[in-house]
Design a protein around this ligand. Structure first.
Ligand code: 6R9
Length: 663
């Protein structure tokens, strides 16, 4: 029934007794029902808790669906919400970010920076001033950011938003081609990078990757280089400048008036990849997005002034945008930001961070937990992690074993622990426990219920609600604050991809099931997106990289289960005439993927075939390819979207598995 590699139990419940806000499912269901019936009023109530320069004229402008405008006509500024507001309050000198660099010395982290809200405010103002005066950045512009996990990353994001300019962050594990493609599409004017970054003891030379990208990035005129590793880099005269040099003339007390931006104007563009076509630039707004983050920081993380919050994600992905930068800073939280690998130099690094800073709210991922399980629990037991009072996971379905392990070792079998379902597209958390509001019984592996104001459903092929216990497609039935404004420069695609399968409803692309108690369990993607260690990759990107090799005529990439990373990609390749399969060629293709997409996309295996199974409309039968890759039979039912008959599937399977020698 499921797409999972493990079985789940709808009946295993962990009572919320003793947890704050313990409640019953019915209490929540009633509250939730009301919130979605009056969803506009409901969200408007939350939005009033933000500081607006000008109130909105209309809660929701729905005159042109699915291009919704939340809090239309309202004016605000995200950097003002994250900084100025706190600086005017008792939080002025409260620590905003405790940053820890990866390198260690004498058993201690070599570099720790603590930045207060006032420090952040001053630095963001200075950087905004520099961007404005030196590079003429203003509302309507886009700046590109390719930075590692250092405080300058949120600082540049906030500085851009202070000016009303949008930013586009590219994850520092992506390749030069991926950068160039995104910068060109976003029409970025400048790009900010670093001289290097530390990850698992290795120095990653980001600047030379940007140098390569600059050969193809047409709109980017300047490169700003932040010093991190003191790696010697090549600086192009007139084009590149060190951040320190760019800041030289800026007064220590520079102030830039936060731009009064419209609620419905873009805050950022973040690219996601899918099955077909180039990566999609998801454009997020200011007013709706910030409202959703405010609500979820309260409900899902129950954030308090006394908390030390740590989200382990990388800011290059949406989780970091929402739950390292804008969410926690808007709430005035103290948060930990860590540069490198959570298991460097030893397995206990992450647990030592929890102990040393007394982390109380912890946001992690299934891949990370599975890695720690493999490392052994003695590494966790070396540390006192009892400061943790609430935990969440994100990025992929969580297997019950991983849930139970962390719940026992760090959660002491008594703290709220949930798996928050959401996507780049949704802007923030959509389906989750809400311990800050009401804590329902937990079930290992579930996502819980849609948060208040979110109308989610599991539907069958025709869009009708699916029966309890039956797998279907996950949809969001009403607009929500935080939804994308559009796909950048491609509104038709926005409609096609998300709002055409079930007209008027947002199609998430995930399989899900609701259990008899009404809990949602997201099972995995229904399309060809693969999540490698929680990182979202499109098969299309990998396939178009492979095809650039002179030996490759055609390819199909599928995700196969992996014990730690959840999924990893494998490729099936058809060679051009005159080329023969070899180990060397396999190696070349693997290297090509690392170069073109990035190391996160590393292929686990490459299989050579003479033909790929296709449907009548020439679509690759991915289910068959995947079954072969896994060495499992394709099953004897046709899936919801297969055009092929069972016999055709079986024949295609027999041929392909025979050829690649897997059965
Ligand atoms: C936030 C993020 C989105 C896809 C999504 C789904 C998977 C994320 C999940 C989860 C089950 C969870 N996903 N969280 N599946 N349980 N708690 O990851 O965004 O990178 O856009 O990926 O990730 O498949 O559709 P993004």
């Amino acid at each position: 029934m499921t797409e999972l590699n493990w079985s789940i139990s709808f009946d295993e419940r962990i009572s919320p007794e003793g947890m704050p806000n313990a409640a019953k499912v019915d209490d929540y269901a009633n509250f939730h029902k009301k919130s979605i019936k009056e969803y506009k009023e409901f969200w408007a109530g939350l939005a009033t808790e933000l500081d607006w320069f000008k109130p909105w004229d209309k809660v929701l402008d729905d005159s042109n669906p699915p291009f919704y405008k939340w809090f239309a006509g309202g004016e605000l500024n995200a950097s003002y919400l994250c900084l100025d507001r706190h600086v005017k309050s008792a939080r002025k000198n409260k620590v905003a970010i405790i940053w820890e660099g990866e390198p260690m010395e004498d058993g201690k982290p070599k570099e720790v920076r603590k930045l207060t809200y006032y420090d952040m405010y001053r630095e963001v103002n200075r950087v905004a001033h520099m961007l404005k005066e030196k590079y003429n950045i203003k509302q309507g512009d886009v700046i590109g950011i390719y930075l590692p996990m250092i405080p300058e990353l949120p600082i540049f994001m906030l500085a851009a938003s202070r000016l009303g300019a949008a930013f586009c962050v590219v994850f520092s594990g992506f390749s030069s081609d991926a950068i160039a493609e995104r910068m060109n599409d976003a029409e970025a004017k400048i790009i900010v990078t670093a001289d290097g970054s530390w990850r698992a003891g290795k120095m990653l030379d980001l600047k030379s990757i940007v140098d390569q990208a600059m050969q193809k990035a047409k709109t980017v005129k300047n490169v700003v280089v932040v010093t991190r590793t003191r790696n010697k880099v090549n600086m192009v005269e007139g084009r590149d400048e060190y951040f320190e040099d760019a800041m030289k003339g800026v007064h220590t007390n520079a102030y830039v008036e936060p731009e009064r931006v419209k609620s419905e104007s873009p805050l950022y563009i973040l690219y996601t990849s899918g099955t077909t076509g180039k990566p999609k630039g998801q454009v997020h707004d200011v007013g709706g997005y910030m409202t959703l983050l405010h609500a979820t920081m309260k409900w899902v993380f129950d954030i308090k002034d006394s908390d030390v919050y740590w989200c382990m994600a990388d800011i290059g992905w949406v989780t970091g945008h929402s739950y390292i930068v804008f969410g926690p800073l808007m709430e005035g939280a103290t948060e930990v930001m860590y540069e490198g690998s959570p298991v460097f130099p030893e397995q206990n690094r992450w647990a030592s961070i929890i102990e040393r800073y007394g982390v109380s709210v912890f946001y992690t991922s299934p891949t990370a937990i599975r890695g720690w399980i493999k490392g052994g629990e003695q590494w966790v037991k070396m540390h006192d992690t009892s400061s943790v009072r609430l935990m969440n996971s994100v990025g992929e379905p969580i297997n019950p074993e991983a849930f139970k392990w962390l719940f026992r070792l760090v959660g002491r079998e008594k703290v709220p622990f949930g798996s928050t379902w959401w996507m780049t597209e949704t802007g923030g958390i959509m389906i989750s426990h809400v311990p800050g509001l009401m804590m329902l019984p937990m079930k290992p592996g579930t996502n819980g219920f849609p948060i208040p104001g979110i109308d989610a459903e599991v539907v069958d092929e025709k869009g009708n609600p699916q029966k309890a216990g039956e797998r279907g497609f996950l949809v969001l039935k009403k607009p929500w604050p935080g939804m994308p404004l559009t796909i950048f420069k491609d509104p038709n695609r926005f409609v096609d991809v998300y709002f055409s399968k079930f007209p008027g409803q947002f199609y998430a692309g995930d399989y899900a099931v609701r259990d008899p108690d009404g809990y949602f369990w997201v099972l995995g993607r229904a399309d060809e997106i693969i999540k490698v260690a929680g990182h979202r990759l499109g098969t299309y990107e990998l396939e178009s990289a492979l095809i650039q090799h002179k030996a490759v005529a055609e390819s199909a990439v599928v995700g196969v289960p992996d014990e730690i990373k959840g999924e990893v990609p494998v490729a099936f390749v058809i060679l051009r005439q005159g080329f023969i399969p070899s180990e060397q060629l396999k190696g070349e293709l693997k290297e090509l993927i690392r170069q073109q997409v990035g190391p996160i996309a590393s292929l686990k295996d490459v299989f050579f075939a003479s033909k790929l199974p296709k449907t009548r409309s020439a679509k690759i039968m991915r289910r068959v390819v995947k079954a072969v890759a896994m060495g499992m039979p394709p099953g004897d039912t046709t899936t919801l979207d297969d055009e092929a008959s069972i016999d055709e599937i079986k024949n295609a399977y027999a041929q392909l598995s025979g050829e690649v020698g897997k059965k």
